[in-house]
Write a protein that binds this ligand. Structure first.
Ligand SMILES: Nc1ncnc2c1ncn2[C@@H]1O[C@H](COP(=O)(O)OP(=O)(O)OP(=O)(O)O)[C@@H](O)[C@H]1O
Length: 252
């Protein structure tokens, strides 16, 4: 089976004043259709930089990113449009994902309009998209992001992300700013959507219990490198690397 996303030798260094950080150090991995891949590791190990490179928010120093068979390593301008048709992101702080001056109705359908759908047609999709994430149109109608709870807002962010039916959803600490009940609801929602649309998910998290609930594979990062990669069961029950063992111990 061909991977939907393949990352080969990805490297990124940040230079600041006289210091320099090798944030991502020659990492390679593959994501297959229907996979939920967890990327875990302590703060500053390079998780978010990895995501920023894959989604082309940052330029790579070296390495390759192949999305659905197409090399997107240097995708820019118009070619990014087709990248974001296939790959969408959900971020940690749902309220920050939205323009506070834009009504949520408009924010959700924006990707559809950017994708060529008329505003009238896009509006007709709203109740369906909200239903997918367990929300009613009456709740968000004419509201702004700051008028919703974090959990509700994250559902809206997910509705917007899946509106154009991406193949890959990247969740960067998407539940870590939420209370425990909302976290569980978002995890259940992601599981449901994954099945429904055969979504491939990359889940960036500190939280190994989250990984246990939803991921089938896990990558462990330490100081910019992948130190271990395996099925979730193997990583959690039979970790090979000292760092992975420490990570598991520290979160039990
Ligand atoms: N724009 C930047 N300029 C300089 N250094 C950066 C930049 N972005 C990230 N870094 C550095 O790169 C390293 C990796 O950061 P990154 O945000 O990818 O880690 P992370 O694993 O996502 O951390 P966290 O879990 O705390 O979000 C860190 O040392 C960070 O300080």
């Amino acid at each position: 089976m061909e991977p939907i996303l393949s990352v080969e030798g990805l490297t990124k260094r940040f230079n600041q004043d006289k210091s320099s950080v090798l944030a991502v150090d020659n990492i390679s991995f593959q994501l297959f259709s229907g996979d939920c891949l967890g990327i875990v590791g302590e703060s500053s190990c390079g998780k978010s930089t990895t995501v920023n490179l894959i989604t082309r928010l940052k330029d790579v120093d070296s390495g390759k990113i192949i999305l659905n068979g197409i090399d997107i390593t240097s995708a820019k301008g118009k070619s990014l449009h087709s990248v974001y048709q296939k790959m969408q992101m959900v971020f940690q702080f749902p309220q920050d994902s939205f323009n506070p001056h834009q009504k949520l109705n408009d924010a959700i359908i924006e990707p559809l309009i950017n994708n060529g759908m008329s505003k009238r047609e896009a509006k007709k999709q709203l109740p369906y998209l909200l239903d997918l994430v367990g929300l009613d149109l009456s709740l968000i109608n004419n509201k702004y992001s700051y008028e919703l709870s974090g959990g509700q807002c994250q559902r809206v962010a997910i509705a917007r992300a899946i509106a154009i039916k991406p193949k890959i959803l990247i969740c960067d600490e998407a539940t870590s700013a939420l209370d425990v009940i909302s976290q569980k609801q978002i995890v259940d929602l992601l599981k449901k959507l994954q099945k429904q649309f055969n979504l491939s998910i990359i889940l960036i998290t500190h939280d190994l219990s989250l990984v246990r609930q939803i991921c089938n594979r896990v990558i462990v990062m330490y100081r910019g490198k992948i130190v271990e990669e395996n099925s979730t069961n193997e990583i959690l029950q039979n970790p090979q690397q000292e760092y992975t063992k420490l990570l598991i111990q520290s979160t039990v």
